[in-house]
Ligand binder design. Structure first.
Ligand code: DAH
Length: 356
């Protein structure tokens, strides 16, 4: 126990507050267990503790002294409170060490590690499948010129096929004047950019973000990824297209899923096709979590590069042929893993993300 000093008749001064604080801190250093720390607290900071009483007595002082002593006493209060908290922690730590009761067998706290986003994972997986077949990966701008997004792909202004891509246009002016620009609606513009920059043979894939002015639902996002593919050389035929895409599907989906080609129209290919894959079935329930009524789900467009596209970049269409394809990796992820809504990819819900 500490003696509570008897109230004397002398008025407190800033100096006497300091002296009390120093004395208190000295005593606190000597405190060696929790009960002694509690006694110390009561004697200085308790309801009838020295400092508390001093603060309470302030009102009796004349104003100048009251201000000076009050300020000092409030400082002293936080100093003492902090010192007590520190000493209490030290004592607790010392007690734990002395007890020898540190349980080293307790399980550690799990470290929550970050991981790759499922979109990144599936994009990388698809790219590796094509890289193993000799394709190299290139990337291009997300803000694209009308020229590459449409014109060079045999979709001139006013062409009704433009309606296939609801576009987000951008106001842009440079030295050449107004250049119609947009957020690219597909990765296909990179076909022309790549061919302009090199001579055949070309074998590239282009992963990247695309944007469309569209309402979202379970299978549509207004921003999403695409992976474009392009192979151009002498003597490439439709059989090469089918062989390459069969092999891609086998690598990504395994041997037990089937694929199907049907005729389709895209202005930059002739003939054009779409490729579907047999619907995902949950291995345990046998149910199809996505598009329950569908046996087949379309995963990409493809075709033989249109002669006009080849001629547009200065390739001789008499000499060179090629195939192109474009797919949505999120949709492929949905079909591979049985994810029922594309919006999960952009919702940042850790309960979803953690599963990959
Ligand atoms: N760019 C097309 C789209 O976004 C997909 C596509 C179809 C890409 C056919 C191709 C292709 O390269 O040959 O709908």
């Amino acid at each position: 126990m500490f003696a509570v000093s008897a109230p004397d008749n002398q008025s407190p001064t800033p100096e006497s507050v300091d002296a009390m604080t120093q004395a208190a801190l000295g005593e606190l250093d000597a405190v060696s267990d929790a009960p002694a720390a509690e006694d110390w607290r009561v004697s200085y900071l308790g309801r009838r503790g020295q400092l508390t009483m001093l603060l309470r007595g302030l009102s009796g002082l004349d104003p100048d002294l009251r201000r000076a002593v009050g300020a000092r006493a409030n400082q002293a209060k936080s100093t003492l409170e902090e010192a007590l908290a520190r000493r209490t922690r030290e004592l607790a730590q010392a007690a734990l060490e002395a007890s020898g009761r540190l349980d080293v067998t307790l399980p550690g706290r799990p470290v929550i590690a970050g991981r790759l986003h499922p979109t990144t994972q599936i994009v990388r997986e698809i790219c590796s499948a094509f890289m193993a077949m000799g394709f190299s990966v290139v990337e291009g701008p997300e803000v694209e010129l009308d020229h590459y997004n449409f014109e060079m792909l045999n979709i001139p202004a006013g062409h009704p096929a433009r309606d296939m891509w609801n576009s987000l246009w951008i106001d842009y002016r440079n030295e050449q004047g107004q250049q119609p620009m947009l957020l690219r609606t597909h990765t296909s513009p990179m076909q022309a950019r790549v061919m302009e920059a090199q001579e055949p043979p070309v074998r590239v894939i282009v992963p990247g973000k695309c944007y469309r002015y569209e309402a979202t639902d379970a299978t549509h996002e207004w921003h999403f990824y695409q992976i474009e593919g392009l192979a151009v050389a002498e003597g490439i035929t439709f059989a090469d297209l089918k062989g390459t895409l069969y092999e891609f599907a086998r690598r990504v989906f395994g041997d037990d899923r089937q694929i199907r080609f049907r005729c389709d129209y895209f202005p930059f290919v002739e003939p054009g096709v779409d490729m579907s894959i047999s619907n995902f079935r949950d291995p345990t329930t046998g149910q199809r979590p996505i598009n329950r009524d569908e046996d087949w789900i379309e995963i990409m467009g493809a075709g033989m590069v249109h002669p006009k596209v080849l001629a547009g970049v200065g390739y001789d269409p008499q000499r060179y042929t090629g195939f192109a394809f474009g797919m949505g990796p999120e949709r492929i992820g949905m079909l591979k893993y049985g994810i029922d809504d594309i919006r999960h990819f952009y919702s940042n819900d850790v309960r979803f993300l953690r599963q990959f």
